[in-house]
Design a protein. Sequence first.
Length: 127
Amino acid sequence: MNIAADNKAPPETGDGDPRDEIARLEQRLEELADALARCRKIRLISQIAIAAGGVWMLAVTIGVLGFDPLAMIAAISAVIGGTVMYGSNRTTWREVDAAMNDGEAKRAALIGRLELRVVGEGPRDRI
């Protein structure tokens, strides 16, 4: 998943409604939150693979389980594959997190530019 390419926004023209831009950012933030949820699942799966492979190799090494070459190759593959998946996922996690922080900052700036008023009050006078 290439988060950087997905995060490119059209240039702000200044004449558009900030509310539309806020809605677009909210949608993007929801997509990024879903991506973070997937990253959490992948992290858990990779940790399980690393632990299971490590426990299997340890059990064979200390003699609790009999040596089976195919099972040992599978255990080694689980440890290596889990480690690679964990590292790759961590990079993706950082990209998604940075994109979320950027989106939240843009949303906060747009909300700050809105002229909000308390319900029941008339229009604010500008000073």
